[in-house]
Every structure is written in structure tokens, then in C-alpha cells.
Write a protein that binds this ligand. Structure first.
Ligand code: C5P
Length: 305
């Protein structure tokens, strides 16, 4: 068995989240454009005869409820990868979280992707990229993207990912909310609001052109999230938060995925710092405000040997 491995995996923002009517299996067909942004969870896997997962959360996440070892997506990732190779999962895993939990930024998916990469190396099993992506897709709709990173088109239920042209450096402010939103609940509310949704999710052609051109104003004008209205309906204060960020100078505010994290596209790094500073003045309501740029790499090793 090899020495310990640390893997860093990014949060994501959906620049476009087009949702179609639910499929027979209950999942919604998506046409989404993901961007990986510079906000990361770090996962370290060490050799051990048994299996354990420890999760370290920053103070600002407070008393957030974390899944047990059994229910943790990291354990599910380990089991699937081990089964693929006919092994028993072993290792002592330590996750340091920075991505908001249940925030719509795919923090759990990042941890799953990080676990696949770290355990593949720890166990020395050299899983092919195709097999890793397939196992990732079984773990969750966003997990393959957390492996790939960058800016990518997601289809199917989000698990089929293909890189897209992106010439910009994009600056984001993320305002997490300590009270997470349940992804299934937001999708269910989408169904209530859109009983006649078309089976085909809406396309993202103008947004893809804005990414290729690297133009922040064009990107701001074409951002779209079909889960935004249901998320705001469930949590009306999020609408006020989006208005506030735009009033402070963001080009556009957007709910990230199924929320509740609100993200704000800004024209430059300086503009992002200014918007973040305006929120920080209101630190009772928004104890943490993050500045992140995109696109960044997918899950990758940060220790070698
Ligand atoms: O795939 P994942 O486990 O991340 O999905 C979590 C939940 O989100 C699903 O159980 C489903 O309720 C909802 N979902 C959906 N359509 C998608 C992706 C997720 O309805 N394309």
C-alpha cells in the first residue's frame, strides 16, 4: 500500500441550469453549464487496516449536521471503487471542508470525487478515466463534473460532461447561508411550479458564446437557473440577497444550483472584493462571504510520491 494522498476538489456554480420535465426514474433531464470555482475541500487518505472518515468543518459552518460514516458519500465512493476492483475498502480519510454543506455548490460531490482519486492512488489500482467517470456518475449527478473541472456542459441528469470553450477569468462572490436547502425538495417545488415543463431542457447557446468570447457583461446577461424561482419561493430572503448584491455593484446575482448559496458575477477581482466588503459590513446576517475565481481544475492530487 502507498503513502498518504491528499486530493483537492473544487466547488461548482451552474452558469446555466436548464431543467426539463421529470423522467420515468424521477430525475430531471438537464442541460447545464458547470464552472469549477476556487473554493475547495481537501481530502487526505492514509493507509489503515479498517475504514474511517473524519470531517473537519470551519467554525463558521457552526453546528451543521454532517452525515454519519455509513451515510457519507465518501464511504459510498470507497465501496463502489473497492467493489470495482474486488477489494475491501480500507483507509483513514480526513476531509477538511471549505465548501458550504448543503449549499448548492456540490460540496458532497467534490468530496466523492476527491475520494475516488485519492483511494485509486492509495490502493494503487489505476482505474481508467472512463471507469472513474462511470463510478462518479453512480454516486451523484454532479460528481463526474467534480473530477473534470474547468467549464463544462452537463447533460443527462448532469452526469455526462464535456468541456466547453471558455476564454474568460470570472470573478465571483459567494454568500452561503447556514441553513441548507434540500436538493430533492427544490426539484419537487420546480415540478409544482412547472407542471407543464417541456421534456427537453432549455438550451444555453448565448451563454456558451459569452464564455467563448470571455465577455463578463454578456455572461451576466445570459446566466440562467431554472431552480432559482423554486428556491426563492421556499426561502424568500434569498431574493432580497440577490437584489442587494446587484445594488452593491455585482453584474448579476444567481442562486447556485438548488441553493441556498447566492453567487454574484463581478466585472473584475477588485469589483468582487468591493461587493464582498459591502456584505461583510453586515456580518451578523452574512458571517462569511467568499471571493472565488473560475474556472479551476477538477479533483487533483496535491501530494506526490
Ligand atoms: O444525483 P444526486 O444524488 O445528486 O441527486 C440528488 C437529488 O436531486 C435526486 O434524488 C433528485 O431528487 C434530484 N435531482 C433531480 N434531477 C437531476 C439531479 C438531481 O431530480 N438531474
Amino acid at each position: 500500500m502507498n503513502a498518504e494522498r491528499t486530493v483537492r476538489a473544487p466547488a461548482k456554480i451552474n452558469l446555466h441550469l436548464g431543467v426539463g420535465a421529470p423522467r420515468e426514474d424521477g430525475y430531471h433531464p438537464l442541460l447545464t453549464v458547470y464552472q469549477a470555482v476556487g473554493l475547495h475541500d481537501d481530502l487526505t487518505a492514509r493507509p489503515s487496516d479498517t475504514w474511517s472518515v473524519e470531517v473537519e468543518v470551519p467554525d463558521w459552518m457552526g453546528g451543521i449536521a454532517l452525515p454519519t460514516v455509513e451515510d457519507n458519500i465518501v464511504t459510498r465512493a470507497a465501496r463502489l471503487l473497492a467493489r470495482h476492483h474486488g477489494l475491501e475498502p480500507t483507509g483513514a480519510v480526513h476531509v477538511v471542508k471549505s465548501i458550504p454543506v448543503a449549499g448548492g455548490m456540490a460540496g458532497g460531490s467534490a468530496d466523492a470525487a476527491a475520494a475516488l482519486v485519492a483511494l485509486d492512488r492509495l490502493w494503487g489500482v489505476q482505474t481508467s478515466d472512463d471507469d472513474l467517470l462511470r463510478i462518479a456518475g453512480e454516486l451523484g449527478s454532479d460528481v463526474p463534473f467534480a473530477l473534470v473541472g474547468g467549464t463544462a456542459l452537463g447533460t443527462g441528469r448532469g452526469e455526462l460532461v464535456a468541456p466547453v470553450a471558455d476564454t474568460g477569468t470570472w470573478w465571483w462572490v459567494a454568500v452561503p447561508s447556514l441553513d441548507g436547502l434540500s436538493t430533492p425538495a427544490v426539484y419537487r417545488h420546480f415540478d409544482e411550479l412547472h407542471p407543464d415543463a417541456a421534456p427537453e431542457p432549455p438550451a444555453a447557446d448565448d451563454l456558451l458564446a459569452a464564455l467563448a468570447a470571455g465577455d463578463p457583461h454578456a455572461l451576466a446577461a445570459t446566466l440562467r437557473n431554472d431552480l432559482q424561482a423554486p428556491a426563492i419561493d421556499l426561502r424568500p430572503e434569498l431574493g432580497d440577497l440577490l437584489d442587494r448584491g446587484e445594488a452593491e455593484g455585482a453584474l448579476r446575482g444567481l442562486i447556485s444550483g438548488s441553493g441556498p448559496t447566492c453567487v454574484f458575477l463581478c466585472e473584475s477581482a477588485d469589483a468582487a472584493r468591493a461587493v464582498a466588503g459591502a456584505f461583510a459590513d453586515d456580518s451578523d446576517r452574512h458571517p462569511v462571504v467568499l471571493v472565488a475565481n473560475g474556472a479551476v481544475a477538477g479533483a487533483h492530487l496535491v501530494t506526490y510520491g
